[in-house]
Design a binder for this molecule. Structure first.
Ligand code: HXC
Length: 510
């Protein structure tokens, strides 16, 4: 018996050693943690239960029978984050470059199947040279099995991808189908074809970092939702995000103890909106002043900053926030902002996270760039996402909301539950100057007359009361009491039940 126990321990030690001390050293030299070190940091101490530690590949081509490693380049299993269950896989670059074989993928599929069945999120830590070249088509088929599970798990359990090394070729499509992608600056990259292929095909000379590094994907492509300095920071922030999320689509997000008075008054908000309508102000200040303890987890901070998306808590409960940012492009909606916010709204709706929308929007960004880029279809994504969402929706208008953008931004007409406005809000088809220039084109030469017309238009429409008279705004509220009003609104909606007509699925304008 003792011998058997010793053998088990020895076998475990071999598996835990991954690709060996030299390769672990090389991994550390690149500033990267090993697959097991990452799992240890991500999960609560002592909570990790491993699956398939002794699984080995079955390939015999290209002398592969001589390079068998127990675990086959990926560590899989489950554990807890602050006591809540999660399934994890962590690719081990020290074993054959973390490349994906048939058995490596089967290990990932096993924990994904269990996650779907048992209703717990999946966090994948990606650090891989891609398809195991020696296995050829078997490896491609194996990827296909992972992709299929990503699709089936979507909207059932949250899926988070951490890119912590290479992620190239078709392999990128597994993270691409998950809910959130986070990258490590300087040590991770994602691309469909690498710099060498790019050079051959298009003659462009580009580095891996320029082509698919964290900066590219958080600022230009919006493939990634955030970038962090190193493995440790990324993992710590992932734990923080995890605490905002429900385990699956049948459960609500966890309620955290809170020490912040829901009725807290913020007198400074009464002067947040400047007197000059053309002067910007920082919408983030409002988000932080509404949130419990000022805690805000922002998604896609570096992309389409004219709209802000992220999670806060109110009375300990998770709320998704979408807010126009007047500091960037005057807070207008454009292609990027519409896509970013639509995806976020759909995540919230899929996982029963209520949505708070803070509105100050002059309309859609004009221009050939926008029209040629398909702003009609992309803007419709956000409209569609809000209109189909059945989660509690609370909206606060702070300043202006014009034209189509008024309807899009969680208006009453898209089944907004509470639509509040500050006294500074104005709801109109367009700004007063633009309206007068169209209505009184023949008087344009007479500056005084036009100024009078603008004043008349402002007096009539530059306020929230016309919309409030029609019931499109439920109540005009004091800015200083926004946290209290919004918290009470969400509290009243905790038992909300709403459903859409039966359909196989909708046909959102992709
Ligand atoms: C088998 C691989 C491998 C792979 C790396 N290795 N990638 N083995 N299949 N795909 C092995 C190397 O042989 C090496 O083994 C070890 O992993 C570490 O690799 P290095 O090259 O020494 O590391 P580094 O210099 O850091 O470069 C990392 C790398 C490079 C940029 C990822 O290894 C590379 O270019 N690999 C090939 C990438 C690729 O073309 N993959 C296929 C993509 S297509 P030893 O024994 O020397 O330590 C794809 C399709 C998916 O993935 C399709 C899904 C439908």
């Amino acid at each position: 018996m003792k011998d058997i126990l010793q053998e088990l321990e020895e076998r475990r030690n071999v598996a835990r050693a991954g690709g060996g001390a030299k390769r672990v050293e090389a991994q550390h030299a690149k500033g990267k943690l090993t697959a097991r070190e990452r799992i240890e940091l991500l999960l609560d101490e002592g909570s990790f239960e491993e699956f398939d530690m002794f699984v080995q590949h079955r390939c015999t081509d290209f002398g592969m029978e001589a390079t068998r490693h127990p675990g086959d380049g990926v560590v899989t299993g489950w554990g807890t984050i602050n006591g809540r269950m999660v399934y994890v896989f962590s690719q081990d670059f020290t074993v054959l470059g973390g490349s994906v074989s048939e058995t490596h993928a089967a290990k990932i599929c096993k924990i994904m199947d269990m996650a779907i069945q048992n209703g717990a999120p999946v966090i994948g830590m990606n650090d891989s040279g891609g398809a195991r070249i020696q296995e050829g088509v078997s490896s491609l088929a194996a990827y296909g099995e992972v992709f299929q599970r990503n699709i089936l798990a979507s909207g059932v359990v949250p899926q988070i991808s951490l890119i912590m090394g290479p992620c190239a070729g078709g392999a990128v499509y597994s993270p691409a189908m998950t809910d959130f992608i986070f990258m490590v600056k300087d040590s991770s990259y994602m691309f469909v074809t690498g710099p060498d292929v790019v050079k051959t095909v298009t003659n462009e000379v580009v580095t891996a970092e320029e082509l698919g590094g964290a900066s590219t994907h958080t600022k230009k492509s919006s493939v990634a939702d955030g970038a962090y300095e190193n493995d440790v920071e990324l993992i710590a922030e992932t734990r923080r995000l995890f605490d905002f999320l429900p385990l699956n689509n049948r459960e609500k997000a966890p309620v955290r103890p809170f020490f912040d008075d829901p009725a807290r008054v913020e007198m400074s908000l009464d002067t947040l909106v400047p007197d000059n309508p053309n002067q910007p102000y920082d919408m983030k200040e409002l988000i932080l002043k509404i949130a419990d303890e000022g805690d805000f987890f922002e998604i896609q901070k570096d992309f389409a900053a004219n709209i802000i998306t992220g999670f806060i808590r109110l009375e300990g409960q998770t709320v998704g926030v979408v807010a126009n940012q007047p500091m960037v492009l005057a807070g207008c909606l454009d292609i990027d902002a519409s896509r970013k916010a639509a995806r976020f709204v759909r995540f919230c709706d899929a996982f029963e996270v209520p949505i708070l929308t803070l509105v100050d929007v002059p309309g859609f960004l004009p221009g050939t760039g926008q029209e040629y880029g398909g702003v009609i279809k992309h803007g419709a994504k956000l409209l569609f996402a809000y209109g189909e969402a059945t989660v509690p929706k609370v909206t606060v208008l702070t300043r202006k909301t014009y034209g189509g953008a008024y309807v899009v931004m969680s208006s009453k007409h898209l089944r907004g539950d509470f639509n509040y406005a500050w006294p500074t809000a104005e709801v109109a088809v367009m700004g007063a100057k633009g309206a007068v220039e169209i209505l009184y084109r023949s008087e344009l030469a007479d500056k005084d007359k036009i100024a009078g017309r603008v004043k008349d238009y402002e007096d009539r429409f530059a306020n929230p009361f016309v919309a409030a008279e029609k019931g499109f705004i439920d109540e005009v509220i004091m800015p200083h009491s926004t946290r209290r009003r919004v918290a009470r609104a969400f509290a009243s909606l905790r038992t909300k039940k709403q459903s859409n007509p039966w359909k196989k699925h909708d046909n959102i304008p992709l």
